[in-house]
Structure formats: structure tokens, C-alpha cells
Design a protein around this ligand. Structure first.
Ligand SMILES: NC(=O)c1ccc[n+]([C@@H]2O[C@H](COP(=O)([O-])OP(=O)(O)OC[C@H]3O[C@@H](n4cnc5c(N)ncnc54)[C@H](OP(=O)(O)O)[C@@H]3O)[C@@H](O)[C@H]2O)c1
Length: 193
């Protein structure tokens, strides 16, 4: 089903998702601060947060009332030197986002893979996993479709509080890419038997 999607932030993640989802027939509006964020959110069924963590609260505040909308949180609350997270263990960025947007159906997704792999997630015939978590089953189902539309295999990892686990997993991806200088061409896969 084609969706109206408002993407807050048009950087690496926002533009990669916009390209992938436009190709699948979704209608995208970007929010770029202030009234532009409000416009992007207004008619959207799904609002996607792709701003740096320090800008997250303001971007959500710009949108006004998000009650009933699906709010996809792609952020990672990174320390400025990329050496760790500034939120975690007893809460998560996603739970903080949910507190800032009461009434929105928050789903954490797209945070454990590099932007260059979004819409380009084929690893020698195997699609990268796109982990997501949230508390609303209908919203999660919609986000699973958007994960698929970005070329990834959707993997439901449980309630929103499991963002406490997904955000450190993103830190592992970043550490391999940046601190261990392996570049962005890797992704996580959950194996089952
Ligand atoms: N890069 C990755 O591979 C990756 C992967 C997964 C998750 N993430 C997470 O996703 C988020 C975005 O990462 P990114 O790499 O896409 O960052 P980025 O390239 O720096 O892009 C961030 C975008 O947000 C915009 N922005 C800043 N404040 C805003 C506001 N108040 N309202 C609307 N837009 C605002 C920026 O605009 P200006 O340029 O005008 O400042 C820019 O377009 C971060 O939380 C990051 O941790 C990143």
C-alpha cells in the first residue's frame, strides 16, 4: 500500500530512505526544521525521524500533535566522538522519543545498518536484516513493509523497550565501520534453525 511519509531530516538516512521508498510508490515529504517539519508531518501517516540525536526533541516538537501517527525512530544517541551512546541501559532514545510524542505509535527501525545499505541491502544474494521493535502491532506491521521496501529482511525483536538492545547493536556496527576502519559494507543477520 502506498503511504504518505514525512521524513524529518534529509541527510544520509533520510535521503537513502526517500530514494528507496519513492521507487516503491510511496509519497515522501521532507521536513527541514520548523514549519517545514510541521508540513511534512501534517498529512503523513508515517513520520520518520532521521535527525542527529541532539536535534530530535526539537524536530518532534515542531510537528505538533502526532497522536495516531506511526513515528519511526531511526536515531542513535551517539556521543560526539562516536565512542559510545549518551542514553541507555535503563532507557533508550526510542522510549525518550515516545515520551516526547505522546499518542504516537513509535517503532524503532533502520538504526542498526549504515545509510549506504538502505535500498542497497543485498549481500551476495542475502538481504541484510532490518531489526525493529515497538508496542503497537499494526504500526509494526506497516514498518515491516517499509523495511522490506528498503530492500531488507524485517525482523521483529519485540517491544519498544528492546530499543535498549538495538541502540548498542548500532554502536557495534559503527565501531566496526569507523573505529576499526572496516567501512560501511557490512550488516547484521539473525540466523535461525
Ligand atoms: N548515517 C548512518 O549510516 C546512520 C544509520 C542508522 C541510523 N543513523 C542515525 O540516523 C540519524 C541521522 O543520521 P544521518 O547520518 O542521516 O545524519 P546527517 O547526514 O547529518 O543528516 C541529518 C539531517 O537532519 C537535519 N536536521 C538537523 N536538525 C533538524 C531539525 N531540527 N529538523 C529537521 N531536520 C534537521 C540535517 O539538516 P542540516 O544539514 O541542515 O543540519 C540533516 O539533513 C542520526 O540519529 C544517526 O545516529 C545514521
Amino acid at each position: 500500500m502506498a503511504l504518505k511519509i514525512g521524513i524529518l531530516g534529509s541527510g544520509h538516512v533520510g535521503s537513502a530512505l526517500e530514494r528507496a521508498w519513492t521507487a516503491k510508490g510511496h509519497e515522501i515529504k521532507f521536513g527541514k526544521r520548523g514549519s517545514s517539519n510541521a508540513q511534512a508531518a501534517l498529512s503523513a501517516q508515517v513520520v520518520v525521524l532521521t535527525v542527529p540525536w541532539p536535534a530530535a526533541q526539537e524536530a518532534i516538537r515542531d510537528c505538533g500533535d502526532l497522536t495516531g501517527k506511526i513515528l519511526v525512530d531511526c536515531t542513535n544517541p551517539l556521543a560526539p566522538d562516536l565512542q559510545g551512546l549518551t542514553v541507555g541501559l535503563t532507557t533508550s532514545a526510542a522510549e525518550q522519543v515516545a515520551a516526547w510524542a505522546p499518542g504516537a505509535k513509535v517503532v524503532k527501525a533502520f538504526n542498526t545498518i549504515g545509510a549506504v545499505n538502505m535500498g542497497n541491502a543485498d549481500f551476495k544474494g542475502v538481504p541484510a536484516d532490518g531489526f525493529y521493535c515497538g508496542d503497537d502491532a499494526v504500526a509494526k506491521n506497516v514498518v515491516a513493509g517499509l523495511v522490506r521496501d528498503a530492500g531488507m529482511n524485517p525482523v521483529d525483536v519485540g517491544p519498544l523497550r528492546n530499543a535498549r538492545l538495538l541502540e548498542p547493536l548500532a554502536m557495534l556496527w559503527i565501531d566496526l565501520a569507523v573505529n576499526q576502519k572496516q567501512g560501511p559494507n557490512h550488516a547484521f543477520k539473525l540466523l535461525r534453525r
